[in-house]
Design a protein around this ligand. Structure first.
Ligand code: FAD
Length: 287
């Protein structure tokens, strides 16, 4: 099913992100994660893509195919282009199509040190290629601007370019402050971005993890989180629970704002997706 069709109905779309098993672990390892997520009936599940080597696209595809064929999930494969040439991208898209995948999240990805971009400089260069190949295509959005882009308005302009290039919906980067996300939504709509925007949230589970996340994507840390980090500094279990509870509050808060969709960065932990879905059910946001 094309993901664009899950938006705009009565039901609030709730989706999940997973990643393929790390390193040389067999793809079968993903079965436990997928099996834990399937009963939650997500609107779609996306699988990340590692641009590091030729073997990696097949792992994304294999996981997506398994989840689609054996668990009946609606899947989206991520695809990065910065270190790829056109022939390589065409070949990956052909493999995705052969696997029955209909949805692609078109991304630039991060540069491999020392490599120069080949046929694709930005995600907007990949989007029309994936559309022409027949996929339903989403792209990434950054509520606080992309980390390399210091000017928020410029970041919004680049987002609009992705819509103009054919992106049919956006999935956002994580953020910890719903007000920031809603201001971004307002700015995006004012800039003529009309496609659905689904908001991605990742719970913090430890101080080290949140530090990594913040420096990786430039998300701002609101004071309630800093207080939680201080309060549970010596109690990792309580901090983890506080992080999941905080993310659930974010989901519920956004659901009341009439957003287009919610996307859970599960980190391959079905319990996180379960907590988010339960919180949304308890709040009456989903059935
Ligand atoms: P782009 O939209 O191309 O933007 C990249 C940078 O270029 C930005 O700073 C932008 O402002 C700037 N830019 C864009 N257009 C122009 C222009 N015309 N002129 C000048 N500057 C411009 N990475 C992975 O490797 N694998 C994944 O599976 C993956 N999944 C992700 C999922 C989501 C939902 C998100 C939000 C990110 C994901 N990423 C993933 C990370 C992503 O690859 C990085 O954030 C990457 O640095 C940017 O990708 P992009 O597609 O947003 O790039």
């Amino acid at each position: 099913m094309h993901i664009i069709d899950v938006f705009g109905g009565e039901k609030l779309p709730v989706s999940f992100e997973i990643f393929p098993p790390k390193g040389d672990l067999p793809v079968e390892e993903a079965r436990e994660v997928i099996g834990g997520l399937a009963p939650l009936s997500p609107s779609f599940v996306s699988v990340t893509y590692s641009a590091g080597g030729s073997g990696n696209s097949s792992r994304t595809i294999d996981v997506a195919k398994m989840a689609q064929d054996e668990y009946g999930l609606n899947m989206m494969a991520h695809l990065t282009c910065m270190n790829a040439d056109r022939a390589g991208i065409d070949s990956v898209l052909a493999s995705m199509k052969a696997a029955g995948i209909e949805n692609v999240l078109a991304l630039r990805g991060d540069a491999v040190p020392g490599a120069t971009p080949k046929d694709f400089k930005f995600a907007k260069d990949l989007i029309p290629v994936a559309r022409e190949a027949g996929f339903c295509v989403g792209a990434a959005a950054y509520p606080e601007g992309h980390i390399d882009c210091l000017d928020f308005d410029e970041s919004i302009r680049h987002l609009k370019e992705k819509q103009d290039a054919g992106a049919q919906f956006f999935v956002t980067q994580l953020f910890f402050d719903n007000d920031v996300a809603l201001q971004f939504l307002d700015a995006a709509r004012k800039a003529g971005i009309t496609v659905p925007i689904t908001f991605g949230i990742m719970p913090f589970l430890s101080k080290a993890q949140i530090q990594r996340m913040v420096f990786m994507c430039g998300a701002s840390l609101p004071s309630p989180i800093i207080k939680l980090l201080a309060r549970y500094e010596d109690d990792p279990k309580a901090l983890r629970q506080a992080g999941i509870d905080y993310a659930c509050q974010q989901f519920v808060g956004l659901s009341k704002e009439g957003v287009d969709g919610l996307h859970v960065y599960t980190m391959n932990r079905p319990d996180i997706a379960q907590a988010a879905v339960q919180a949304l059910r308890d709040a009456g946001a989903i059935a």
